[in-house]
Design a protein around this ligand. Structure first.
Ligand SMILES: Cc1cc2nc3c(=O)[nH]c(=O)nc-3n(C[C@H](O)[C@H](O)[C@H](O)COP(=O)(O)OP(=O)(O)OC[C@H]3O[C@@H](n4cnc5c(N)ncnc54)[C@H](O)[C@@H]3O)c2cc1C
Length: 424
């Protein structure tokens, strides 16, 4: 059996490894011209479930390299006001073994590690255009450079703007959530580290502004793994209508937009906005997919954002893509052993749609422009965010219990959130 995968992102690379490990023929096509081009190295949190999927698909040496190139794992989740006033501190269990612990990963480092052992599988500078079914049951993928490739199965792992999805499920809808985010990175130096709020170095920090806007800060320390230099990443998010028209703006202008929108935020935070390296600044209109109606399986399927795009609200998009990759590689391995391939894909799709759209809906609940556009109640946002981190706080039962108990109380009373919770 030969499987064609479109897209060398989180899901596509994991799937390629899983199939190769199972002895299934696989070829992966990526439109980026080189492994590092186009990738902004933003931080992705790989949860214990994501790690388990990687652990099961990757050969041991590639998994070890992936672990080696992750940044120091976060030890706390800290919620503050935009003026750095502390609201909540949760501590994350960092004692779990490598296959189960929470990991802080930079996309560039993750792609570099996951490309290990795939030299014979991945082809860069191959932009997929469309596919056709052949009389003998095979499928052919056509590329912008005029070439084509034929296989038994085609998998779209081509992300948020998936062409495979548009052709395979033309009625699938991707909708705007009403939230815009602008993010950037700056080098972590002896000077910039002083701009961080307490506990940010070694944790994840969320800052809530007075108008429903929020900022997330990640500090990435790689301890000399050589792939990337240490950095601070920030992302500012608010309702679309709060932003000016940003069409055609340069990265420097986008930074200025954030500065103009945050005049009363802590001066050190504003300094971090202004120090972002221009080429790392990007803007996202946060979009999400709508639940799909059941469809007849065929030998063309999808994984990850291409089929269930979700907001970054719960930090589970990549983890769900990895779960898809693990499940689909298992199902295709069964087909390789003799099971009917369309039946195997149908089983994958039924399971994937269930957990995938649960993740979409949970992520959307967390990031919806309608709630951000309203006047702020910090407690409400904090309690909403506390649900985001159940994934993390599951490892910290006392914090989880405290957050759950406070949820109702915080809805209307900001003051109840002004409390430090130390767990464990
Ligand atoms: C700022 C930000 C922070 C995030 N943080 C988290 C987090 O903490 N935890 C988490 O789980 N998720 C997070 N996510 C979501 C996560 O990045 C995605 O859900 C995940 O990468 C999806 O994986 P994928 O393989 O489906 O798609 P991608 O990783 O996007 O890969 C798609 C690949 O397909 C390629 N491609 C596209 N079109 C074509 C074509 N026509 N031909 C060939 N190749 C093509 C692209 O170049 C790309 O390499 C975050 C997202 C953002 C934007």
């Amino acid at each position: 059996m030969r499987v064609l995968i479109i897209g060398a992102g989180t899901g596509g690379l994991c799937l390629a490894h899983g199939l190769k490990k199972a002895g299934v023929g696989v070829a992966l096509f990526e439109r980026d011209r080189t492994p590092r081009s186009m990738l902004i190295g933003y931080r992705v949190g790989i949860s214990p479930d994501g790690s388990k999927a990687l652990h099961s698909c990757l050969p041991p040496d590639v998994f070890a390299e992936f672990v080696r190139t992750t940044a120091r794992p976060p030890k706390h989740i800290v919620m503050r006001t935009e003026k750095y006033k502390e609201l909540l501190v949760g501590e994350i269990d960092t004692e779990l073994d490598d296959s189960r612990s929470e990991k802080s990963v930079s996309r560039i480092a993750m792609r570099t590690a996951l490309l290990g052992g795939l030299d014979d599988v991945v082809r860069f500078d191959k932009s997929f255009r469309h596919y056709s079914h052949n009389d003998d049951g095979t499928v052919t993928a056509f590329f912008d450079d005029g070439t084509s490739e034929t296989g038994d199965v085609l998998v779209g792992a081509d992300g948020a703007q998936s062409k495979v999805r548009r052709l395979r499920l033309p009625d699938a809808k991707v909708v705007d959530t009403g939230i815009t985010s602008i993010a950037g990175k700056l080098p972590l130096t002896d000077e910039t580290v002083k701009l961080l709020p307490p506990l940010a170095d070694g944790g994840i920090t969320l800052l809530f502004g007075p108008q429903g806007e929020f900022v997330i800060i990640h500090v990435m320390r790689f301890d000399g793994t050589g792939i990337e230099d240490d950095y601070i990443m920030w992302a500012y998010a608010s309702a679309h209508e709060k932003f000016p028209d940003m069409k055609g703006m340069s990265p420097a202008e986008l930074k200025q937009v954030v500065l103009n929108m945050t005049p009363r935020f802590h001066p050190d935070l504003r300094r971090m906005f202004s120090l972002a390296t221009p080429e790392t600044v990007f803007q996202i209109r946060v979009r999400t997919s709508e639940r799909l109606q059941p469809w007849e399986p065929s030998n063309v399927t999808m994984i990850g954002d291409s089929v269930h795009l979700m907001t970054p609200g719960r930090g589970i998009g990549a983890n769900t893509a990895l779960r898809d990759a693990e499940l689909l590689s298992r199902k295709l391995a069964e087909a390789h052993q003799g099971k009917d391939v369309v039946q195997a894909i149908g089983e994958y799709e039924r399971e994937m749609v269930e957990y995938g759209f649960q993740a979409v809906e949970a992520s959307r609940e967390m990031m919806d422009g309608r709630s951000l556009a309203h006047k702020p109640v910090i407690g409400r946002v904090v309690s909403a965010f506390s649900r985001t981190f159940l994934r993390v706080t599951n490892a910290v039962p006392p914090l989880k219990r405290k957050m759950m108990a406070e949820d109702a109380a915080e809805r209307d009373h900001v003051s109840s959130a002004h409390e430090v919770v130390r767990a464990g």
